[in-house]
Design a protein around this ligand. Structure first.
Ligand code: ZN
Length: 72
């Protein structure tokens, strides 16, 4: 017995249509801009042996930061 016309599924339909860009817009579906600016710390991975990229954001830095473990 639906309480409103459309019921809860109406919201799901809306969500399905809007969620992808919504997540991207919020930085959830894509990498963030900078962990440190968001109050967090980077987690590095090896890009090409010379540069380090962060798993969580778009920051790329010179050096083998992934070898140093977690640092802020
Ligand atoms: Zn980061």
């Amino acid at each position: 017995m639906p309480q409103h016309s459309g019921g809860p599924y109406r919201f799901r339909t809306w969500l399905r249509g809007h969620l992808p860009w919504l997540l991207i817009d919020m930085g959830i579906a894509t990498k963030g801009l900078d962990c440190e600016q968001a109050g967090g710390s980077h987690e590095w991975y090896n890009i090409n042996g010379k540069e380090s990229g962060c798993y969580h954001c778009k920051v790329v830095r010179e050096g083998q930061l992934w070898k140093r473990g977690s640092e802020t």
